[in-house]
Structures are given as structure tokens and as C-alpha cells.
Design a protein around this ligand. Structure first.
Ligand SMILES: [Zn+2]
Length: 351
């Protein structure tokens, strides 16, 4: 399979993220991408750098004001007296803050500190000198991947970094800035009529759910750790099934801590069944390797064998498939699990 990746994605080098009240070395490192791509190349998959392309598809799922912020945040921040070497908000907007008769209180573009608190929802999305370039390169992998699917390629892997599934329409969250999978799904839905995004990262794809929650042209299904006591905490429950036109087009399968291959594969089988039942004509897989028992953030016990089994399961759907890289933080796991998944996927996939 072709693996789309760009060296520019390595330029995002966050210095610190927040973990239980302490600023620590980020789990989401540039090294992850090197380990992923070199492992897949070793398995015989072919690496390809996507060409530069217009970012227009991004605006299908993100607000212009948010993109403007991401582009200029680092430069503006560095002009502040005694500014830190990366943008990390020291305030956040309040749920009940609004000005009468106006949309909730977005700060003016002149206040980069206020804007950082508005557009960046946590302390795990530091914006440094190379962040925007990497974010742009990452979403270009997804855009080019979707273009190739539209041109007739049966399947392709967008090795996106930074990841995307926690990014909302106008907010960064959980290591994510632009929602790569959502941008691609939006492109594919315009041609295929209805597509699916299936997310098996161990964290609920809250950004993706939010973007498509009122749409019936993109079915979103996710298996993940129960958010009652796990990131992203606020959404990802089984009773969230979509709204308006999107009612019935959102399916969450939260798993209890300790769930192993059997529960994980069973949940993925239910998601695959729903893709068929909803009549989806193409598939975007948001793949994360952090449900693996060896991942430092995991409370599940999935193994390489489990990833192989779900590779076969999604391959057998026989749909045009764009695979989009999300999380996975153990370098050991990243060097083996994606290969097991892809090998099984490729063996079973036929259009
Ligand atoms: Zn994750």
C-alpha cells in the first residue's frame, strides 16, 4: 500500500504537555512518525511524499478564523514580552461567558493571549515555530489521500502527524490541530453521497463526532475507552446517536478498562456491520495504536493479533478506504501493530 508522509511533519516539536498537573515531555513525538514509516517501509509498503496542494478542503470542516489563528499564533505570541518559546494558553473561555446580543465572547484578533484561550482547549497543543508547517503537511497527506481514492485508488494510508481526531471546527485539543480524517471524509462524501469514518483509537474521536453530528452523509462510528473516567471525558457515550438529519448516524461503543482483543474485535465487528447497514460507499479509518496493552496511555489490553483481526474485518468490507493515522505512543507498538493491521487489511481487501 502507498503510505503518504512528509518530512515537514517532523517540524512540530512540542517541548512540554500537561499530565496530571505537571508539564512533561510530550508523548506525541516526531519520532513516532519515523518509527511508523520505517516499519511500514520494512514491510514492503511504499512511502510517498504528497505534493503541495491547496488547503481549500480544510474549510469544509474548519472555520476561517481558526485557521487564521493557527497560521499567525506563534509569530504574534513571540512578540509578547517574556513570551514562552511556544504558545500555551494561560486562560480559557468560560462556558457561561457571553455578551448580550452577540456570539459568545470571542476575543479580538489583537489579543493573542485571549485568542489562544479561545481556540486551544487544553495544554496539550503547544504551538511552536514549526507547528503550522507540520499541521499543513499533515492535512495535505489526508487531502491527497482522499484525492487518490476519488481518482480510483482502492486504499491508501495517510501517515498524518500531528494527529487530528480531537480537533473541533474551531478548537485544537489533545495533540490535534486540524481534523485530517474529517477533512478527507467531507471530500469523499461530496462524491460518494455517504461515507463512514470509523475510529478505533483508544480515545473517543470527539472532534470528528462533533463535526458530523448533525449530518447523515458521514456516518461516524467509534470504539474507545469509556470516557466516564478517561480522556476526552465530556463526550463519547453510547447514548450520543446524532441529531437532526444526523440522528442515527453516530455510533459510540465505549469499552471498560481491561477490555482485551475479544471485546475490541467484537466492537469493531459491530461498527463494520453498521457501515454496511448505513449504505456507506467509502471508508475513512481513523487508526490509533494506543488501545494496545503496551501503550503508556492505554487501559485496554489489545495485542498485535487483535489489530490483525480488525485489519481483516475492515478489509473485507471491500470499500474504497483511506486510512488516517491518529494516536499510538509506544514506539515498540508502533513498530509492529500497524504492520500487522495493514498486512491483514491488504490480504482481505478487494473492491
Ligand atoms: Zn488516542
Amino acid at each position: 500500500m502507498k503510505i503518504l508522509s512528509s518530512p515537514v511533519q517532523l517540524e512540530h516539536r512540542p517541548l512540554k504537555v500537561m499530565l496530571r498537573g505537571e508539564l512533561v515531555t510530550p508523548f506525541e513525538s516526531a519520532e513516532r512518525l519515523d518509527v511508523l514509516t520505517s516499519g511500514l517501509a520494512r514491510d514492503g509498503h511504499e512511502l510517498e511524499v504528497p505534493p503541495d496542494c491547496a488547503l481549500d478542503p480544510v474549510f469544509g470542516v474548519h472555520d476561517q478564523s481558526y485557521i487564521d489563528f493557527l497560521r499567525r499564533a506563534y509569530g504574534e505570541w513571540r512578540k509578547l514580552p517574556d513570551a514562552s518559546p511556544e504558545v500555551r494558553p494561560n486562560t480559557h473561555h468560560y462556558r457561561e461567558a457571553f455578551r448580550p446580543g452577540q456570539p459568545a465572547g470571542r476575543p479580538s484578533a489583537a489579543s493573542i493571549v485571549g485568542q489562544a484561550g479561545w481556540f486551544v482547549s487544553d495544554l496539550n497543543c503547544a504551538i511552536g515555530e514549526g507547528t503550522w508547517s507540520a499541521v499543513e503537511a499533515s492535512v495535505r497527506c489526508a487531502i491527497h489521500g482522499a484525492t487518490r481514492i476519488l481518482d480510483g485508488e482502492a486504499s491508501i494510508y495517510a501517515a498524518c502527524r500531528p494527529p487530528g481526531h480531537h480537533a473541533y471546527r474551531d478548537q485544537a485539543a489533545g495533540f490535534c490541530f486540524l481534523n485530517n480524517a474529517a477533512v478527507a471524509a467531507d471530500m469523499l462524501a461530496a462524491s460518494y453521497g455517504r461515507v463512514a469514518v470509523i475510529d478505533f483509537d483508544t480515545h473517543h474521536g470527539d472532534g470528528t463526532q462533533s463535526i458530523f453530528y448533525d449530518r447523515s452523509d458521514v456516518f461516524f462510528g467509534s470504539v474507545h475507552t469509556d470516557p466516564s473516567s478517561y480522556y476526552p471525558f465530556y463526550i463519547g457515550h453510547a447514548d450520543e446517536q446524532g441529531t437532526g438529519e444526523g440522528e442515527g448516524f453516530n455510533l459510540n461503543i465505549p469499552l471498560s478498562p481491561g477490555t482485551d482483543d475479544s471485546g475490541f474485535v467484537e466492537a469493531c465487528a459491530a461498527l463494520a456491520k453498521a457501515v454496511v447497514a448505513k449504505g456507506c460507499k467509502a471508508l475513512v479509518l481513523s487508526v490509533g495504536w494506543d488501545a494496545h496493552g503496551g501503550d503508556p496511555l492505554s487501559v485496554l489490553k489489545v495485542t498485535d493479533d487483535g489489530y490483525g483481526r480488525i485489519g481483516e474485518l475492515f478489509g473485507k468490507l471491500g470499500l474504497p478506504t483511506l486510512i488516517v493515522q491518529e494516536g499510538g505512543y509506544s514506539l515498540d507498538v508502533i513498530s509492529t501493530a500497524p504492520g500487522r493491521f495493514l498486512s491483514a487489511f491488504c490480504s482481505s481487501h478487494a473492491l
